[in-house]
Ligand binder design. Structure first.
Ligand code: NAI
Ligand code: MG
Length: 505
């Protein structure tokens, strides 16, 4: 596949892209799809085909799950925690060494600016691997004092063991492709599981390249399998597979519900990281410069394609007009272009479908009577017309019950809503089906803690936004999903507890 871009890419990136076809990673081997079919992945900045990818389906998922099972029962379970830790750490080192290459590949496949790939996605991915490699040697059970009231005087030793769950199926989305892959692999492997990873069909490349590093690191064959393919075929096959012990899913709430149903066959454990429509709340007493930056970055980071996007911006009435105006002014000056251009501040949306979806929401907002202050149309610049660019939009005079204030848009569309008082605000802020994150901007320390308590969200950011770390738990409440990734809590997702009784009488 020949790829030309106006921007120079590393030789390693061009040689990866030059492969005639990207194959599936199954049991340590690069394999064609059983069907022989392939699909194309494109650069969303200009619609150019970046590569052909083997299209995994149910049969390939079967093969991958069988390989993962063999690896789980065989080589992977024979390694000591310390040996596992070393291999995961080695993978982190390899990824760090190739950060620039991965950042370029991610930017090409996903569209995000190279600045975001380089400064955000890559360092976090490396850090996640290091953080969880450290946990591999620290996963342990406990001894518990048991009394057994119906057997007075009896003595037992009781202890618990944390065991791996087994074969983990991971279905991930396209907004942070490498990061999501690593966020699932790192804890799953640290806990001793093996994995079948299904990347999003829009962005399979960095997961496949990561598969090469997994082998280079010396992680045994079959421990990590990568099967790109479409959701209703490959994804659904993984979700319903009778020999997958645990499924971790990140994506839309709608598909989240589907995978829960599909999981019922063998009652596999499921964790879900779904959508959001998160409030980012600015009180009049906040540091307004910091809040303005936080409002902007909260909604427009990654083109607004973040599960945690601060999409519903609430501003206290007395400061509403100036803050909304400042947000719109800033949005108008955003420099859009291909992600590889170092001057680009905002790249394209992921796909034509997503572009149409987002444009549809802009129309809905106008129809419902919200005031569009800027953006919301395809980028008119001649150089951008083949890409999926949309001008960042700011809607003012939005009321909380409008469609654009209730549904996840997943694009650069800010909806700004005024509020009068804390009480009035809390009901509005919590008034969606979602509960992933919330941001609060205030200098009043009591109010900050009151809000942290009142907001129904998995994460609350006080005077900051979009901070994540390997150590901090991540996940939602309500229909944003269940289970926590990252931090020590991720270990609970990827282990199961065994209770052992020893009769000492
Ligand atoms: P999606 O939920 O369809 O895709 C996410 C992943 O699930 C992909 O790997 C896809 O192949 C897979 N999938 C799709 N259907 C499946 C099925 N029936 N069984 C198993 N796996 C399946 O999301 P999509 O269509 O890419 O985006 C639509 C909307 O979803 C976005 O506009 C956004 O609102 C939301 N979304 C939320 C994300 C998040 O980070 N929470 C990420 C991606 C999308
Ligand atoms: Mg792509």
């Amino acid at each position: 596949m020949t790829t030309t871009t106006a921007f120079e890419v590393l030789p390693a990136v061009s040689s990866f892209l030059d492969k005639p076809r990207h194959k599936l990673l199954i049991g340590g081997q690069w394999a064609e799809a059983a069907s022989g079919r392939t699909f194309e992945t494109v650069d969303p900045s200009d619609g150019r085909v970046l590569g052909k990818v083997a299209e995994g389906d149910a049969e390939d998922v079967d093969r991958a799950v069988a390989a993962a099972r063999r690896a789980f029962q065989g080589p992977w379970s024979r390694l000591s925690p310390s040996e596992r830790a070393k291999l995961i750490y080695k993978l982190a080192d390899l990824l760090e060494k190739r950060s620039e290459e991965f950042a370029q590949l991610e930017t090409l496949d996903n569209g995000k600016s190279i600045r975001e790939s380089t400064r955000g996605d890559l360092p976090l991915a490396v850090d996640l691997l290091r953080y969880f490699s450290g946990w591999a040697t620290k996963i342990h059970g406990e001894t518990l004092p048991v009394s057994v009231p119906y057997y007075p005087g009896a003595k037992f030793l009781h202890y618990t063991v944390r065991e791996p769950v087994g074969v983990v199926g991971a279905i991930i989305p396209w907004n942070f492709p490498l990061l999501m892959a690593v966020e699932r692999l790192a804890p799953a492997l640290a806990c001793g599981n093996t994995v079948v990873l299904k990347p999003a069909e829009q962005t399979p490349l960095t997961a496949l390249r990561l598969g090469e590093l997994v082998l280079e690191a010396g992680i045994p064959e079959g421990v990590v399998n990568v099967v790109p393919g479409y959701g209703p075929t490959a994804g659904a096959a993984l979700a319903r597979h009778m020999d997958v012990d645990k499924l971790t899913f990140t994506g839309s709430t709608e598909v989240g519900r589907e995978v829960v149903k599909a999981s019922a066959g063998n009652l596999k454990r499921v964790s879900l990281e779904l959508g959001g429509k998160s409030p980012n709340i600015v009180f009049a007493d906040a540091d307004l410069d910091a809040a303005a930056k936080g409002m902007f970055m909260g909604i427009f980071y990654n083109q607004g394609q973040c599960c945690s996007a601060g999409a519903r911006i609430f501003v206290e009435k007395s400061k509403f007009e100036p803050l909304v105006a400042a947000l719109a002014e800033k949005a108008k000056t955003v420099r859009q272009g291909p992600g590889l251009d170092p001057k680009t501040q905002m790249g394209p949306l992921i796909s034509k479908e997503q572009l149409e979806r987002v444009l549809g929401y802009v129309e809905a907002g106008k129809r419902e009577g919200a005031r569009l202050l800027c953006g919301g149309e395809r980028a008119p610049e001649p150089g951008l017309k083949n890409g999926y660019f949309i001008k960042p939009a700011v809607f003012s005079e939005v009321s909380p019950d409008m469609k654009i204030a209730q549904e996840e848009i997943f694009g650069p569309v800010a909806t700004v809503i005024p509020f009068e008082s804390e009480e009035d605000l809390i009901a509005k802020a919590n008034g969606t089906i979602y509960g992933l994150v919330a941001g609060v901007w205030t200098k009043d320390i009591k109010r900050a803690f009151r809000m942290a308590q009142a907001l129904k969200a998995g994460t609350v950011w006080i005077n900051c936004y979009h901070f994540v770390d390997a150590a901090a738990p991540w996940g939602g409440v309500k229909q944003s999903g269940y289970g926590r990734e990252k931090g020590p809590y991720a270990l609970e997702q990827y282990t199961q507890l065994k209770s052992v009784w020893v009769d000492l009488n």
